[in-house]
Write a protein that binds this ligand. Structure first.
Ligand SMILES: Nc1nc2c(c(=O)[nH]1)N[C@H]1C(S)=C(S)[C@@H](COP(=O)(O)OP(=O)(O)OC[C@H]3O[C@@H](n4cnc5c(=O)[nH]c(N)nc54)[C@H](O)[C@@H]3O)O[C@H]1N2
Ligand SMILES: Nc1nc2c(c(=O)[nH]1)N[C@H]1C(S)=C(S)[C@@H](COP(=O)(O)OP(=O)(O)OC[C@H]3O[C@@H](n4cnc5c(=O)[nH]c(N)nc54)[C@H](O)[C@@H]3O)O[C@H]1N2
Ligand code: SF4
Ligand SMILES: [Mo]
Length: 744
């Protein structure tokens, strides 16, 4: 493989970049293959100079070099119908096809017939150019990203409570907190370097740091906890209200802070009053004593930090639960100072950058909104487009894009850097909807993905390491990632693909960038004076001075970004006060019942990354979990006639999959677990998302990917099924008894 001009020779020292996997955003040092006999494999190790990770890495970051060159797409591929096989075509032909379909769709259906579905694994530059193309040049706000499945409830939660998006905390807070509440997060497996940081401190300061975990499963995370509340899935909000109830009782309210910096306390007090410990314990299925312990701990703590991720966000009440967490921090004054605050752990490496660049259907760059006439005008001017170029209504979220295809309302569905035919809920319905779309385009780095199987045109993407740009991690820190390897074959950066189509459609001025540094410069200029002010940053500054946290306005000195937001007690709301939000819990979107008595929850393994396009090829990563396992509580296994190591069918209202059974008391009775990773393209395929429903949070539109009602049965003929296990469950053991009762 030839090396690009940007590639360091072995004597130049390593290339430095942010890890392209999780939102911790560790710094990596990448060393080129040794001149003799090193093959194509770059080696990774932790970058001691990166302030977010201080030289630490997990097993995924450490092995990323092994994933870069294998199984790559090298040329555009096309087929007219999806039952044909792909043929390689030139880029020129690919752009002709794309341009023709865009023009046809605009003529037949108008801008709303175009939709793009992007990814938190884009660089910020990819995101920015995609948004400028779709929302600006083409006048369709139908740009959504897989962050809809991931961080959208956190975004809505911050906006509702604080008046703006923006995680207010930083990783140093892990060293300063005396209580860390991990709610709906398996940090040990999904944000491993942060978890190690916490553990290291726990080992040194056993009493000074208390770790509390809220998760229906026992996980590697809860193993380290002082207190584990294994609540019923979907009952977090009630738990948080119960905690509020006890804080009121114990005098854990910071009256000065509440008066000066919040609004809505009376209503919240009233709501909390109704959530007595006894009621919460029944609703959540935990001991009253556990709730009291947590409340005592919270009230006595100098600094409480709450960390959360998908167990909170992926719920029909995701946004309400985020508000539930933020309420507690506001009322107890646990925010805006070292060690204290509500801190969402971002999933993907650049989900944060996506938010900054306006990467969801109702956003515009710089934490702006398509529904705000002033914001539209600012962007139209910045982009050199006519007034009115940007449509005034919110675009279609990803699930609405699926529904639009069901109505034949889309002429082009353009997917980039995500694999929705594994990661969206209700996959059979998605497959049928997408089959109706006249043209599906996919920008992808790897060959043979599940989404390529439904695409007409596949464009080979240059990925991380092959294109230059920035990513922002969970603590608002921006890292420059250089192009240090040549892309394989004809692969191109996503932003360059979007820009070329823009030029071909007649927007020469808007899309003639010399480099991604130009793209970034144009983007940061429009963030000036916004909460996410990056206007003082450039590729040059980041290369010279290393990663920086925002806000970083023009003229800020390197290292001068803000570690924390909302430190003054003033918030970017109309009144300057944060809003306390009072909402009653509603429970799961699809509660279990007599026919589907169990709640299936779907999550992750430490060694695998989402749909496995990269991590499945690394032997060391596959070894710990060579196949997906269905985790079942012993009582449920008995009831459904399952044996450990046998196979089971897992069925929901939408379909069925089979998996090997792992009987374990580490999962709560009434709940079963499957990993999300093994899609149809894997040898051990187990498409968990065929089972999931599409219902989502009404505020964030984030689907409830953490819970669906299912039933189990042993696969007859599977050699390990015990004869006695075929008995029917008796009425007395009706598992639907283990459910929260409606209790408003
Ligand atoms: N190894 C690895 N790391 C990753 C990723 C990966 O694919 N692999 N992906 C990255 C991305 S994009 C994301 S979004 C994050 C996700 O990071 P996490 O959210 O930590 O991971 P999950 O395993 O999806 O879910 C976390 C936990 O939520 C629990 N849970 C389920 N239902 C409920 C509930 O109702 N309440 C509560 N309190 N908990 C519940 C599950 O049992 C599970 O242990 O990980 C990031 N890091
Ligand atoms: N049931 C259930 N479902 C879930 C979840 C869950 O917890 N439970 N989690 C949800 C969440 S939080 C997330 S984030 C999603 C993740 O789901 P996806 O986004 O579908 O998963 P990935 O495998 O990360 O997909 C990224 C794709 O981009 C490709 N790629 C990598 N780099 C580049 C690049 O630079 N350019 C281009 N064009 N392509 C590239 C990869 O090869 C891969 O195919 O899954 C969601 N689905
Ligand atoms: S913790 Fe996340 S960012 Fe850090 S090395 Fe592991 S996968 Fe990469
Ligand atoms: Mo995610």
């Amino acid at each position: 493989m030839s090396q690009p001009a940007t590639s360091p020779s072995p004597s130049d020292g390593p290339a430095r970049a942010q890890c392209p996997y999780c939102g911790v955003g560790c710094g990596l040092e990448m060393k080129p293959p040794a001149a003799a006999g090193g093959g194509a494999t770059w080696t990774a190790r932790g970058d001691r100079h990166h302030p977010s990770s201080l030289g630490q890495v997990c097993v995924k970051g450490a092995t990323v070099g092994e994933t870069l060159h294998r199984n790559r797409l090298t040329t555009p591929l096309y087929r007219q119908r999806t039952d044909q096989s792909f043929a390689p075509i030139s880029w020129d032909r690919a752009f002709e096809l794309l341009e023709a379909q865009v023009r046809r769709t605009l003529a037949e259906k108008g801008p709303s017939g175009l939709a793009m579905y992007g990814s938190g694994q884009f660089l910020t530059e990819d995101y920015y150019v995609a948004n400028k193309l779709i929302k600006g040049a083409l006048g369709s706000n139908n740009f959504d990203a897989n962050s809809r499945l991931c961080m959208s409830s956190a975004v809505s939660g911050y906006v509702r409570s604080f008046g703006s998006d923006g995680p207010p905390c930083c990783y140093d807070d892990l060293d300063q907190a005396d209580t860390v509440l991990l709610i709906g997060t398996n940090t040990a497996e999904c944000h491993p370097v942060l978890f190690q940081r916490l553990l290291k401190r726990k080992r040194k300061q056993k009493q000074a740091l208390q770790i509390v975990v809220v998760d229906p499963r026992a996980t590697a995370t809860s193993d380290a906890a002082d207190l584990h509340l294994a609540i019923r899935p979907g009952t977090d909000l009630a738990l948080l209200h119960g905690l509020g109830h006890l804080l009121l009782e114990r005098g854990g309210v910071d009256r000065t802070y509440v008066q000066a910096s919040t609004e809505g306390f009376e209503a919240l007090q009233e709501l909390w009053a109704g959530w007595t410990p006894e009621r919460v314990s029944r609703f959540c299925g935990i001991e009253e004593q556990q709730l009291r312990q947590l409340a005592a701990r919270w009230a006595e703590s100098r600094a409480v930090l709450s960390l959360w991720s998908m167990g909170v966000n992926q719920s029909v009440e995701g946004t309400a639960t985020v508000a539930g967490i933020i309420n507690l921090h506001l009322v107890s004054g646990q925010i805006g100072r070292p060690g204290a605050g509500p801190f969402s752990l971002t999933g993907q490496p650049n989900a944060m950058g996506g938010r900054e660049a306006g990467g969801l259907a109702r956003l515009l760059p710089g934490y702006r909104y398509v529904t705000d006439a002033g914001h539209r005008a600012e962007l139209e001017q910045h982009w050199g487009l006519a007034p009115g170029a940007i449509a005034p209504e919110s675009g279609l979220t990803v699930w609405e894009q699926i529904e639009a295809m069901e109505r034949d309302a889309l002429g082009l569905w353009w997917v980039a850097a995500t694999n929705p035919l594994v990661s969206l809920p209700w996959l059979d319905r998605v497959r049928a909807a997408v089959a109706r779309c006249p043209m599906v385009v996919l920008n992808e780095a790897y060959a043979g993905t599940e989404t390529a199987a439904i695409a007409h045109l596949v464009l080979p993407a240059a990925q991380w390491s092959e294109k230059a740009g920035v990513m922002t991690n969970s603590e608002r820190r921006v890292t420059y990632c250089p192009a240090f390897r040549a892309p394989p074959g004809e692969a191109r950066p996503d932003w360059a693909i979007f820009a070329e189509l823009g030029r071909r459609l007649g927007f020469q001025d808007q899309f003639s960038y010399g480099s991604s540094a130009d793209v970034f410069a144009e983007f940061v200029a429009i963030t000036r004076d916004r909460v996410c002010d990056l206007s003082g940053l450039s590729h040059g500054l980041l290369q010279e001075h290393g990663p920086q946290q925002w806000p970083f306005s023009t003229g800020t000195c390197p290292g001068g970004g803000a570690p924390r937001l909302h430190t003054s007690g003033r918030f970017p709301t109309a009144s300057g006060r944060a809003r306390l939000i009072s909402e009653q819990p509603m429970g799961l979107g699809e509660p279990p019942d007599g026919d589907y008595p169990l709640v299936l929850t779907v999550g992750r393994y430490l060694e695998q990354w989402h749909t496995m396009t990269r991590t499945a090829h690394v032997e060391r990563l596959l070894r710990p979990h060579p196949e997906p396992l269905l985790e079942v509580n012993p009582a449920d296994a008995r009831r459904h006639g399952l044996v450990d190591g046998g196979r089971a069918e897992v069925r929901s209202r939408r379909g069925a999959v089979t998996a090997k059974v792992r009987i374990t008391d580490r999962i709560r009775q009434g709940t079963v677990f499957l990993p999300m990773h093994w899609g149809a393209a894997q040898e051990q395929a187990c498409e968990a998302n065929r089972l999931m429903h599409e219902l989502g949070c009404p505020i964030s539109q984030q689907p409830e990917l953490k819970a669906a009602a299912v039933t189990l049965k042993p696969i007859v003929g599977s050699s390990t099924v015990a004869a006695s296990s075929m008995a029917q469950p008796s009425a007395a053991s009706d598992p639907s008894a283990d459910r929260p009762q409606p209790s408003h």
